[in-house]
Design a protein around this ligand. Sequence first.
Ligand code: MOS
Length: 744
Amino acid sequence: MPNSETHFGAPRSRVDGRLKVTGAAKYAGEFTAPDLAHGYVVSSAIAKGRITAIDTAAAEAAPGVLRVFTHENRPTTAWLNSSYRDEVAPPGKPFRPLYDAEVVYSGQPVALVVAESFEAARDAAALVRVTYEHAPHETNLRNVLAEAYVPPKERPGIDPPPNPRGDAAAAYAAAPIKVENGYHVAPEHHNPMEPHATTVVWEAGGKLTIHDKIQGAQNTQSYVTSVFSLPKKDVRVIAPFVGGAFGSGLRPQYQLFLAVMASLELKRSVRVVLTRDQMFTFGYRPDTIQTLALGADREGRLQAVMHEAIAGTSPFEDFQEVVVNWSGLAYHCDNVDLKYKLAKIDTYTPLDMRAPGAPLGMFALESGMDELAHALKIDPLELRLRNYAEMDQNTGRQFSSKELRAAYRLGAERFGWARRSHEPRSMREGRELIGWGMATGVWEAGMQQASARATLTAGGKLEVAIATADIGTGTYTILTQIAADALGLRMEDVTARIGDSALPTSPIEGGSWTAASAGSAVQAACYAVRETLLNYARRMENSPLANAGLDHVVFTAGHIALRSDPSRSVSFADAMRAGGVDRIEQEETTAPDKGNMAKFSPYTHAAVFAEVRVDEELGAVRVTRVVDAIAAGRIINPKTARSQIIGGVVFGIGMALTEESMLDHRLGRFMNHNIAEYHLPVNADIREIDVLFVDEEESKANPIGVKGLGEIGIVGTAAAIANAVFHATGKRIRELPITLDKLL
Ligand code: MOS
């Protein structure tokens, strides 16, 4: 393409940064409307059974209360389509709030109190009396392992484990070096800063404008129009900002249903905000129990990989994520057997969270590799290099690009890995043991079909629009950069509009595919504008560009200029005048190249190096240094990209050391349902995080040569830390988080 790209690749500050830090950016629960009513959710006290009576009289009589909705009085217009499954639903029957008297998990919404104020609704909610008939529940995955099953129906977009290759059992039996262990990562909750909320603005005639906490406005729109049988033109979803999500906003959640139901019934605007403890009453990272066996020859070359995972899911849906496939992908091995099963427990359905599946599977694989390195007395990095995968053996395809070797080398250099001693407990300072560990990270570099619109005005302002979201990742900024470059504009002259169901079709923002998907669509729409502009310019009388093709011109400073003689140019305004228009609007759709996808596997890679210091007496672990070297194609914006990786690494530290959603199996309920007792790493837990991006030429995964960065930062990080803890202490912890009790 002919243009000088001045913003792509440059470290630009967030275009929405000022709006966010000044509070001008509005989130779902901050939109308001005249006559806004407020809903408060009553959650079930039991995990399983039936509601035999629900007494709402006292609540209804409380001051300011407008209505108390329960399964007994909910409008029949709700659940007109009771089998609707949203855009990213796993196979099964989605949970239906207030559908009937059945209770299927603890914390399930059983009533919605709507009042003139939030406080009035909350007060009255405490007066709702629910009588239950208990049924025995089971929330302990370990008790149902014998009932584990292979999912009968695959979740679209989630690859089941590849067929076994070679003869893993025989190769394992014959291997001179063997490592076999069980691994467990605690269930976790997303805990975004912004709680889930929906504000429904009701207009006479029943038109709804919905502000929802969601990673895809169109997913919410389809949900509402389908479940309530409303015409699409009457439901618009506007969600311009999302205060973190980490997957929790991929699927519409129950506060959306409740707010829309109440609004339609009361013919009023209604807002429903979940409390922090209610944020623990829907999807979470599933409890997953794994076993991994690695067999190697004496040089450390893998002879056999056997990896099995059993994950908990709800009684009503078969949630699936990719846990074990990575073990057939990350290293070269000809004998591989991978299994993935589910078992039902009485909780809500798990939900994609922060690189769903990958940090779990890679924790097992990378811990196992570290054990192998230790047994063989080979440097852990050298062991990875000896087993480097030159192709994707799961599919038999070449990688679209893979500069993991460079990432290993540069990451190790930056970290000082060469100075690592082999023996555990060999580095110490005072009463602190010091350990160095490393691991590999890998994640999909996906692209989805997406459409975008670009509109250029004669005044030289460009707007690009697509229904995607910015969940804090920097989408507004990178789309602005891509669009500005396409037409040679300043970033200030470009506006990116997203987070609106009325805009061109986009998938949810997730799976680390937004930069590649929305970015490619925006660039294509801008290129279409460029072509139209040039056509107008060429048709002008005595046009200096009469014979110029796109390759012969540059778009710069509001002009189309001849590359060979930039003094010969036509302004955008003159070109449009010649075309008889005052604006050019183009919509384009981009999708992955089918030919390339049949031949190449697109993945992002990471080499993670971690240093820990462990207080020998107290067992307390501090992660004092992390170097994460990333191979992710072209980096659109090194500044926001770095932030993405830092965020991922912080979550990796959380997974390794602090985060754990604890189920009280007697109650069948997550008991640490607040961020005082659910320990996310805070500023004081975080020291140096050094992010490197290695050069990687990517030309097959998508038109703009990028790979998403939203998730790769967490993959491998917990494993690197656990390996560092082993190096520091000589204790191999295979159950995350590594709380101090496990080290004493
Ligand atoms: Mo991501 S877990 O697809 O938001």
